[in-house]
Design a binder for this molecule. Structure first.
Ligand code: PRP
Length: 238
């Protein structure tokens, strides 16, 4: 019986998370990882991993079904779950941004940032398409802009292109999806990266193993930062 359950976000963060865990000495059997099983144990049997949709990670952790979890800060900002966030894993780094169509459709490819003037609709609102309704609403309300939030679950960049919305609030990592769909960033709302989160009760009841996990992860983050700094110095002195 495992001592601790960790919920991992499936999808874009999954490989980076498993790689970081592996560098920290926490490994799973390759065959189990290749399988479609949604719950597997590490090679020591002390840790059970469950693989869930990113937005569900804080849900499992807040309810204590999982003691810990790994998901993006974007997901945590949106969920407002009451969980502890002891460690920034420095993986899956990206930004949450407002983006809107460029004035001419090929401008984004050329790196130009002239945008179509935002239109307020007949009801006096800006139509914003997003997977992050709370973050988007809060952002525009703070700027005194009334918004109609159009909640989508993916391919958000299509919404302004097809006239469903005036702008979007979405994650930007490389920026390629924006560029290739004729959009450009007009505002950055927040930075996001992978976070290790912990259930408040588990943090006390399972303090030993959770502290051990945090120490291992923190050590490999520091080691990765150090080797990145060293290799960028080596690049600079070539
Ligand atoms: C995310 C995000 C953007 C894209 C940004 O979507 O919502 O669409 O990645 O990445 P880029 O800046 O590197 O192009 P995801 O891949 O998670 O798929 P989704 O649109 O189905 O949510």
């Amino acid at each position: 019986m495992s001592e601790v359950t960790i919920a991992l976000a499936k999808g874009r963060m999954q490989n980076q998370t498993l790689e970081l865990l592996s560098r920290s000495g926490i490994r799973c059997d390759e065959e189990a990882l290749r399988s479609r099983r949604l719950s597997i144990e590490d090679t020591t049997g002390r840790i059970r991993f469950i693989f869930v949709k990113p937005a569900d990670v804080p849900v499992y952790v807040e309810h204590g079904t999982a003691d810990c979890g790994v998901c993006g800060a974007d997901v945590l900002m949106e969920s407002e779950a009451d969980v502890l966030q002891p460690l920034d894993l420095n993986i899956a780094c990206c930004t949450i941004a407002v983006a809107q169509p460029c004035a001419r459709s090929d401008d984004a490819m050329k790196g130009k940032i002239d945008t179509v003037a935002l239109r307020i609709n007949e009801a006096g609102m800006l139509r914003v398409a997003t997977k992050y309704p709370r973050i988007a609403r809060k952002h525009f309300l703070e700027h005194g802009i009334p918004v109609e939030i159009i909640e989508l679950s993916g391919s958000v960049e299509l919404a302004p292109v097809l006239g469903l919305a005036d702008c979007i609030v979405d994650l930007v990592e490389t920026g390629r999806t924006l560029i290739e769909n004729g959009l450009t960033i007009t505002e950055t709302i927040a930075a996001s990266s992978g976070r290790f989160i912990v259930n408040r009760v588990s943090y006390h009841l399972k303090s030993g193993i959770i502290a051990e996990l945090l120490d291992k992860l923190a050590a490999s983050i520091v080691a990765a930062d150090k080797s990145e700094t060293e290799s960028s110095h080596a690049e600079n002195y070539k």
